[in-house]
Design a protein around this ligand. Structure first.
Ligand SMILES: *Cc1c(COP(=O)(O)O)cnc(C)c1O
Length: 392
């Protein structure tokens, strides 16, 4: 396959996993808890990783998707999990033991922070949360027992961008592993493993699947690390089921086209709204006003399909009116789907923080996070402009 371009490979990776000649053109779906094994010799072969016996340990649809994710993220191997959190928790449990220390960005997905605080700390793992855009602070917080650096490529909802290469160098200098959550960006924009990260985790629920119809996750890295994650996954039962794996692999065939169109729409929407008098600020890495615009230009292919807009007026009534007035765009607690959706961090993802903590992060009541879809961009711009008239 390697002689082919990415767009071509995207259509074929993971296809025809059994190698038989008479397979259907679409990928077959293996809805079965177990496989028949001929005799003890064949069972030995299966136990050595050469085949399929029981769904929790291996399933052809999961293997096919894992192979495609390994290709896309540029790793040596992958496991496919039941959701992004299953991938994140499996990866972290694989890397730490009691007495270890994690250095983590402070602007992570809320449940990732909760897992570190409520589960890992309970088992004797220390975690320090810091602003990973300030590399000197990260360096100063390294301890002799620091085993993991953990970050996301682009933060939610302020869209800050971290320097993955610098973090990889810093983590390796102290013998730690760098884990990067690539959910907001996907391998269309950046491959953290190419920049030195050791493990990349994804919520495939979002852009990778892109159709808002299932939850899934992935862990990708070296053969050695993924083997450890796999052994743990078999015990924890964090595997994705066959149908979910089938759905996500089907969606991957159009990943490049979807994400490129979404990124293009996001850049145009950001530019169209930036100077709108009813909006105080538009946050998107494509804008020169973004604090890491230069880093994003160097590190990423494209600027992403996630942006935030900040209303100057912080009235709840007007926010409700704005949300009701939008015709195409809906409020949904997800992102990365083919349709544009919005979220309101103050009352959802960041609702548990104090007013002061939110202010420190820059999250105000007027902030709306937008996951940009594949609509005709002029329709999208018009929808936002018309709904913004409630602020006039
Ligand atoms: C959604 C999300 C997750 C969690 O994924 P699930 O599939 O919902 O478990 C993790 N990280 C980021 C950045 C996310 O957006």
């Amino acid at each position: 396959m390697n002689q082919y371009a990415r767009q071509t490979q995207l259509l074929y990776q993971g296809h025809r996993i059994s190698g038989k000649m008479d397979e259907p053109e679409a990928d077959a779906l293996y809805l079965t808890s177990a496989f028949n094994v001929k005799d003890l010799d064949e069972m030995d072969f299966v136990y050595d990783g050469g085949g399929f016996a029981y769904n929790r340990t291996n399933n052809p649809n999961r293997t096919a998707l894992a192979n495609a994710m390994t290709y896309l993220e540029g790793g040596e191997d992958s496991i496919i999990c039941g959701c992004g959190m299953a991938a994140i928790t499996t990866a972290l449990l694989m890397l730490v033991k009691p007495g270890d220390h994690i250095l983590s960005d402070m602007t992570l997905y809320g449940e990732t922070i909760d897992f570190m605080k409520m589960v890992l700390e309970k088992f004797g793992v220390e975690v320090t949360f810091l602003d990973f855009t300030r590399l000197e602070q990260v360096r100063a917080a390294i301890r002799p027992n620091t085993k993991v650096f953990y970050t996301e490529t682009v933060s939610n909802p302020m869209m800050t961008v971290v320097d993955i290469r610098a973090l990889a160098e810093m983590s390796h200098a102290c013998g730690a592993k760098l884990v990067v959550d690539n959910t907001f960006t996907t391998s269309v924009m950046v491959r953290p493993l190419d920049l030195g990260a050791d493990v990349v985790v994804n919520s495939l629920t979002k852009f990778y699947n892109g159709h808002s119809d299932c939850l899934a996750g992935s862990v990708t890295g070296s053969k050695e690390l993924v083997k450890k994650a796999y052994d743990l996954q078999v015990l924890l039962g964090t595997n994705a089921d066959a149908f979910t794996s089938w759905l996500v692999l089907r969606s991957l065939r159009t990943l490049d086209m979807r994400v490129k169109k979404q990124m293009d729409n996001a850049q145009k929407l950001a530019a169209a709204l930036e100077h709108d008098p009813r909006i105080a600020r538009v946050i998107h890495p494509s804008l020169a006003s973004h604090p890491q615009h230069k880093l994003a230009s160097e590190q990423f292919h494209g600027y992403g399909a996630m942006l935030s807009i900040v209303m100057a007026d912080e009235s709840r009534e007007k926010m409700n009116a704005f949300m009701r007035r939008l015709d195409l765009v809906r409020y949904a607690m997800t992102l990365g789907g083919f349709r544009t959706t919005i979220a309101h961090p103050t009352t959802s993802s960041h609702g548990d923080l104090s007013e002061e903590e939110r202010r420190k992060l820059g999250i105000t009541f007027g902030l709306v996070r937008v996951s940009v879809g594949m609509e005709d961009v002029e329709d999208l711009i018009r929808d936002f402009r018309e709904a913004l008239s409630v602020y006039d």
